[in-house]
Write a protein that binds this ligand. Structure first.
Ligand SMILES: [Zn+2]
Length: 334
């Protein structure tokens, strides 16, 4: 088997030679191994590859995957994004440097702007630096597991599951399906897996109840940061099945739904945060980090989604996501 860096370089050279637009902004992989081990880029790439090497059949629900490899990549613009593709015998998950830099900046900014909430509710004994490190890690995991889920859920296959049945809504349903599968993966990691010790160490919390509440709050905040950031990069008000991604308010709504389902069905945890105003506060805290224009167009998008014009679109999305997740035909009850 050829080494992953050779496979990556070869893949990129081929794509550039064919002038494929999707990959034209990618310049190269970042040689993180040449950086000091404590450098964020080096540390996180090594950590990600360690996690990917460790994924068992349980997590893939029996789907056989190629060996997976993470690369942090240099781009010739400021595009913040992540992609997944297969090359030679490898499955790659890549993240652009601007995206990781943005995660770091947003984590720090969120902690700096909400000192009372962070120290009184999230983690009284942790430093601002430590809380922001957990928020960074959670944003990273959120995006990574979304990409990973595209592979596990076989969205990249030539004939992906339910392609014929879902038709035009397939693409957006796959995005929400990847969000959902990724979220289940993340929550299992942070509540029951090795992520729990990591969170406890960074937040300096030993009480199980307090730790679980703080993990949940940080995870919700991390998700909101990512959706606001992606929205800020592409503010287009629409409810259209032909668009590549569902509108971000729809993704947030489903994210909250998936987290709530996990808490209820797997985590056996309280879901009072759904109704006690916490969600609204978290969203406002994330949205405040961006220029006011973000909130204005976001509100416009939300009104469009609430208008009768979007009813058919939302029904179609609901039916399609239900089909992908359960294999069942028909629309689930609201
Ligand atoms: Zn995706």
């Amino acid at each position: 088997m050829i080494p992953s860096d050779v496979a990556f370089d070869r893949f990129l050279r081929e794509k550039h030679a064919r002038r494929e637009k999707r990959y034209s902004h990618i310049s190269s992989r970042i040689a993180v191994e040449d950086l000091p081990p404590e450098h964020l880029y080096h540390w996180i790439a090594k950590w990600a590859n360690h996690q990917l090497a460790d994924i068992g059949v349980n997590s893939t629900a029996g789907v056989v995957l190629p060996p997976l490899h993470f690369e942090l990549i240099e781009v010739n613009n400021d595009s913040a994004g992540a992609h997944t593709f297969e090359a030679d015998e490898w499955g790659f998950i890549v993240m652009t440097k601007p995206m990781l830099d943005e995660m770091l900046r947003l984590s720090r900014l969120l902690v700096d702007q909400n000192p009372v909430f962070m120290t009184q509710q999230i983690a009284p004994a942790a430093s601002a630096q430590e809380i922001s490190e957990l928020l960074l890690l959670m944003q990273f995991c959120f995006v990574m597991s979304h990409e990973y889920s595209h592979l596990v859920r076989q969205h990249l296959n030539d004939r992906p599951p339910y392609a014929d049945a879902l038709g035009v809504s397939l693409r957006q349903a796959q995005e929400l399906d990847a969000d959902g599968y990724g979220i289940y993966h993340n929550l299992a990691f942070f509540f029951n897996g090795r992520g729990r010790a990591l969170a406890s160490q960074l937040l300096k919390i030993s009480s199980p109840k307090h730790l679980e509440n703080s993990i949940l709050s940080c995870f919700l905040l991390a998700a909101m940061l990512q959706f606001c950031a992606r929205w800020a990069g592409k503010m287009r008000v629409e409810a259209d099945l032909r668009a590549e991604h569902p509108p971000h308010p729809v993704r947030i709504e489903y994210t909250i739904l998936f987290i709530e389902m996990w808490c209820r069905e797997i985590g056996a945890m309280s879901t009072t945060w759904m109704t006690d105003g916490a969600i609204k506060d978290y969203f406002s805290a994330a949205a405040r980090l961006f220029p006011p224009k973000l909130k204005a167009t976001w509100d416009k998008q939300v009104s469009l989604l609430k208008s009768p014009r979007s009813e058919q679109y939302l029904t179609e999305i609901r039916r399609s996501v239900h089909r992908l997740r359960t294999g069942e035909d028909g629309t689930p009850p609201p």
